[in-house]
Design a protein around this ligand. Sequence first.
Ligand SMILES: [Zn+2]
Ligand SMILES: [Zn+2]
Length: 919
Amino acid sequence: MKRMTGAEIRQSFLDFFASKNHVIVPSASLVPVGDPTLLLTNAGMNQFKNIFLGLEGPRHLRVADAQKCMRVSGHLNDLEMVGPSPYHQTFFEMMGNWSFGDYYKKEAIAWAWELVTEVWETEKTRLWATIFEDDAGDLPADEEALGHWLGQTDIPPDHVLRSGRKDNFWSMGTTGPCGPCSEIHYDRGLEFCERQGEPGHVCRVNGDCQRFLEIWNLVFIQYNRDADGVLKELPAKHIDTGLGLERTSLISQGVVSNYDTDLFLPILKRIQEMLGDSDDSAKAKWVPYRVIADHGRAVTFLVGDGVIPGNEGRNYVLRMILRRAARFGRKIGFAEPFLGEVAKAVIDTMGNHYQDLKRRREFILNVIRQEEERFQRTLDVGLVLLDEIMADLKEKGETVIAGSDAFRLYDTYGFPIDLTRDVGAEHGFTVDEKGFQVALDEQRARGRAAQQFVTADADELAVYVDLLEDLRRSGRLGPDGVEHPYDDFIEMESVVLGIVRDRKLTKRVKEGDDVEIVLAATPFYVESGGQVSDMGVLARYDEGKEQPRWEIEVLDVREPVPGLIVHVGRVTQGRPGVEEPVWAIVDATRRMDIARNHTATHLLHSELRYILGEHVQQAGSLVAPERLRFDFTHGAMLTQDELDEVEQSVNDAILANYPLEVEHTKYQRAVSAGAMALFGEKYGEEVRVIKIGIPGEPFSRELCGGTHVRQTGEIGLFRIVSEASVGAGVRRIEAVTGRAAQQLVQKRLGVLDAAATHLGTQPEEVERAVLRLMGELHDRQKEIAGLRRELAGLEYEKLLQEVQDVAGVRVLAARVQVADAELLREMTDWLRSRLGSVVIVLGAVIDEKPSFVAAVTPDLVDRGLKAGTLIQQVARVVGGGGGGRPTLAQAGGRDANRLDEALALVPKAVSSLLADPGA
Ligand SMILES: [Zn+2]
Ligand SMILES: [Zn+2]
């Protein structure tokens, strides 16, 4: 194969299939859209799944692309292959060409051969092909493919091999589309066999050495497997091929590992520069280097597709991979966060083809930095806990860290098991790895149970899938499904095509029934792009009558399978039936509230970018009738000035009464004209762009399927209600418009008017009046505090009168009124300083409990009077106890009613202590 860079291979693949009349489509997001069964896009065919399942018609019959993919199985061991293995990666690119019921085996084989041998100039003698021959003996061998290999190409005939189900039969799942494959393998030569000389080893295709590598898999989707496992020939057969970009680059560049290709070298080089490693020491650390390079690519692309680190699903996958990379980095000498630099290298290497990476660069770097810093803190917490665990064990004379403890560290604190192992070993501990594994398996079992629940969902879809198929077969619905002119109408006449009640089709329903209704056409918007579904009514009217014959209140609208729109609601009147005419009427007021919020969301987005900077990207949104919520990327809290400015500019744009323009265009053209595409949206080729501004010079352009006002003036008023953080580098603004904004303003002004009335002033004067009142209040409080002090002084003076003489010692025992023990002590101090040589016992009821403080001056302590001893005797009366230093002691008790009795005891206790200091 001639020498090419990875980028050249990618481009020549796409150019070649474009020359064969294929439409080149952009890679789908790593976040699968509309497929709850899939965590991350893991194969080129994911975005075409509905076409294979027959749920959606193809937009084009021939398609080719380069698809970003990620494979991270939950099993730690697979992830641990990344690094040591020359081929394992979490993130990779899959090139593919597709035919949807168009060309088939003949062209797929001939073109693959042409590209590999003529365009890429691969020596034919190095190429091998396989065709399917059933090792189970149930299915016929793929003689058709064999015939094309021998007839359409000049591959050496003995280089076409037969292979069984494991390598050459592909299925989407236990049921559904499946078919035989044909693979192309490349012979790298004997020097790449690492098992030469091993007895019994023979180098061969699909063998067990590194000499032969599979580069391209051509899948012929020929059958549909039903629930009984029976294969039926498909009426329309498809082609689905996959060629790994990294693998092909490796062969073209004549290197041993994917990591030696130009797809990875610049990233590895950047790591080496940052560490200042010599070539030799970099080589010695090759496993961590590769882990960081692979994970760095994965993390960059995941964040680029809008995934943010978290504790569930794909957010967790991102966190796990990022932390794994950070940990390997620490092992080889990175003391500070470094993954942002790795991400920069990834963006430099891949950003020319994947332009989103460049556009979201700041966001990507920001999210990565924050998560890396957070991980550092997690590590610190985990290390402290591990120290505690080890200290406990040491005390008990044990040396094995329990599996459950290791799992708790791993599961709750994200503290990796190998770190527990390493740190433990440093201190002479081992980890109960079996126990850890048991805990991990239990968690996985729980995870699987949750997954089965997801697949159970697929059965629940059966009623809709069957209904849609029936309606299409009978011609009641076209290939696009239910007609959906939601942007042109808010009410229209149609016909009831299907009624579902309790997940079963039915012909007629009655008042009070919860139903799902399918119409031939509907103006109801279906929740998407953050905008909630419409509500309204479905009703049948008889000519000349005002009251409907029947009516259904629509509370939600869903699209359970593409093309089938379902109105969810309740029959409020009459007996609706299928085939009846119906008026579908959207709640227009609610729709208008939603439209105001939606257009305002676009204005907000554009003003945020203008005021805060181009790094602001939409990270999520909710457009409901009563409010809007907009999540966006920004590193810091917005200041009040920034919020005021944003609110003001949105309102300026409203007052300017700009027109909105809806344009239908091609995706690529829209994006290159500057339209903002959103994270994780799945766009068809033909897209809708909403433009706001002076015609020809719009300041806001967004890809958007939602409903909008016609002129910004219709929004009326825009008010920000709150601003907050919702995660690493992501802020959230909530706002109201139109009627809700008016209500808000009215309510606030009402409060202001009421306050003015109470203050006996005008609304404009309220602030001044409040400030004046606050000033007065402050003065009053100062005055009160002064008076209190005076009162206390008087009380103290009164207390001084109560000093008694007990055997020549001055004793003060008194009850006082204070709010807390602190004051009681202060009072004691003050009295002591005034009285000179003295014994003081003060008692008070604090929180309904008796409380005492005793103080004895040092000269009396020398004579055997200890405050602690004294107070114990006193507190005993109220059922309590206490203690303290010889000069100062405190006590409490239970029975507040006996406080005076306890204080009356003091003189006696003093005299007996003086007589017998040992008591
Ligand atoms: Zn070999
Ligand atoms: Zn929108």
